[in-house]
Design a protein. Sequence first.
Length: 230
Amino acid sequence: MPVWLQARCGLERRNVVALSVLLVVAAVFALQHFWTGRAQSVQAPEVMRAAAPFGQSGAGGRREVAEPAVSGGTSNAAGPAGAEIVVDVSGKVREPGIQRLPAGSRVADALKAAGGVRPGTKTDTLNRARFLVDGEQVVVGGPAAPAPVPAPGMGGPVAGVPAGAAAAPVSLNTATLDQLDTLPGVGPVLAQHIVDYRTQHGGFRSVNELREVNGIGDRRFADLRNLVRP
């Protein structure tokens, strides 16, 4: 530094050296602070696969998560695979007739298989949640159908079935003359008329066709409708 500046500021050489060292240290500290605070590039996090349950591993020894199996529209709870029942859906449905359904089906399933109920039909007398029984008839738009009758030996007399009558409904399509003769109000002559009718028309599609047999009026039909099936 010039002598006149040193004399004016009153600085000695050692003071100037100390001041210079201090400035250098401050500059180094500022440079280090700027360098450490600069923006740095960050890598995207690596995607980690979920660990599989213990004991399951994929190819190459890597564990993988087992995906849940997607079940179909029909549940196995309906019954054993391959089992089916046959029911007769008659009345005000789009496609009345015999329907084959999986075992364990309900009345709603039978209506769906028959094409659905016709518009304007009241279904208050139907219990759509009831399980179906093989060989029964579901009448839509008519009086409430009787509950399925259990097989012989399963219990006492059933309501609506006269004492001494067969516990199981008599099939109009397969019963013999002797079996038809056991029905109340049906003798040998009327039993023969029933057999003649099913021979001429290829069998009974519903119990309501019993009205068309010669010798069966409304009163006798009311007595027989709960005791027979197609």
